[in-house]
Design a protein around this ligand. Structure first.
Ligand SMILES: Cc1ncc(COP(=O)(O)O)c(C=O)c1O
Length: 390
């Protein structure tokens, strides 16, 4: 068995990668350790790179439709990991999930319509509706025993009059792996209120040891017939730049309307290297995924331990999935802009500002630990030294 080395430091500067090459634009300085955008600093695994390289040897990159091997690899992955038994006719290539969400809003809502989210949440869930003239309505998550939970009474109240709910399953930024019961309750509420559910399951494959991801559509017939699910290999195999996602729409009526919309907008073909890379990821990626999860778990452990020992005033929500940590800095007693300033200019660490995740994110920051352990220890040490100056 091949052992992968996640400790290797790869210099990503100069590759036009958002995380390292847009620091100046986003934070106003280059001199930062980037722990923000949700991609990882690990090399995309060799079996994916090899598949892309091999296809390059052919050297004609014309219009390409979904290869059979790709379809099989996706279907097989969904069946073995999430008990989704389906045919390709219920699936559709989508370049990116945020684009997919935008397409759903275009296809199923009108400007002025209301879109339901739970906050804090991944910023495009707020920005995409807003920028397309829809209105997001937010139900605030509660924290119980260090984990996000949904206030169902509030969710139902807020769902009234909404057309679509955008659900991150698992959740970003909390890393919450929603249980079957939680998802079934959301499905019931949305059905009662005639709200179509977008289940964004991009982080599903990164569910950490000890937790089990439940795919939204599998929890009940209600969920199956009222949902559009998005999945992607992009987070798991660190290939977001290849823009390869898939949507799964089991209900015939929703599918007819949505796939009709995609076809009408010339979104049916897909992209050559996205197919090649996704096929390799889903066909050969399980061993790499398991080793990655073990490494990420180690990163979470050392961060938690460091915070407990050296920075006990920073509270970490321990994620049940993925490589994003939701950190509560409120005990420092700083106004949010001062907190952001401290982290950028004193600590010189680039974290995501909690306020981008909705007003519930005030006093919070999101830290990406999908990076070699040495970077995490360096970031934590910088934060510690910066806090000492207060
Ligand atoms: C919940 C969630 N959805 C979607 C995305 C981005 O998906 P894509 O790059 O396919 O648009 C992210 C990236 O961080 C995410 O966390």
């Amino acid at each position: 068995m091949k052992i992968y080395n996640f400790d290797e430091i790869v210099n990503r500067r100069g590759t036009y990668c958002v995380k390292h090459d847009m620091l100046n634009e986003v934070f106003g300085t280059e001199d930062l350790l980037p722990m923000w955008v949700a991609d990882m600093d690990f090399k995309t695994p060799d079996f994916i790179v090899d598949a892309v390289r091999e296809r390059c040897n052919h050297a004609v990159f014309g219009y390409t439709f979904a290869p059979e091997g790709y379809k099989m690899a996706v279907l097989n992955w969904l069946q073995t990991h999430y008990h989704i038994e389906t045919k390709w006719k219920n699936m559709h290539f989508i370049p990116g999930i945020v684009q997919g969400i935008a397409f759903v809003l275009q296809a199923f809502t009108q400007p002025g319509d209301k879109v339901l989210v739970t906050t804090p949440v991944y910023p495009p869930f707020l920005n995409v509706p807003h920028r397309s003239g829809r209105i997001f309505v937010s139900s605030s998550l509660k924290t119980v025993n260090g984990r996000f939970v949904i206030d169902y009474a509030d969710l139902e109240e807020k769902a009234r009059g909404c057309k679509v709910m955008i659900l991150a399953n698992p959740h970003n930024p909390g890393g919450t792996v929603w249980t079957k019961e939680e998802l079934a309750t959301i499905a019931d509420i949305c059905q009662r209120q005639h709200v179509l559910v977008i289940a964004d399951e991009i982080h599903a494959d990164l569910t950490l040891p000890g937790y089990e991801h439940t795919s939204f559509s599998t929890v009940s017939d209600t969920a199956l017939h009222n949902s559009i699910t998005f999945i992607a290999p992009s987070k798991t195999f660190n290939m977001a730049g290849l823009a390869s996602s898939v949507c799964y729409v089991p209900d015939p009526d929703i599918k007819k309307w949505f796939f009709g919309f995609l076809d009408a907008n010339e979104l049916s073909l897909g992209s050559l290297f996205a197919y090649i890379a996704a096929e390799a990821a889903f066909a050969y990626g399980e061993e790499w995924r398991l080793q990655l999860l073990a490494y990420l778990q180690g990163n979470i452990d050392i961060t938690e331990q460091y915070l407990q020992e050296h920075l006990p005033m920073i509270k970490m929500m321990r994620p049940e999935a993925s490589f994003l940590l939701w950190l509560d800095f409120r005990e420092l007693g700083l106004p949010h802009n001062k907190l952001v300033d401290l982290l950028i200019h004193k600590a010189k660490v680039g974290l995501n500002s909690g306020l981008d995740y909705g007003t519930d994110g005030e006093g919070f920051m999101r830290m990406n630990i999908g990076t070699p352990r040495a970077n995490i220890l360096e970031a934590l040490e910088r934060i510690r030294q910066a806090i000492k100056t207060l």
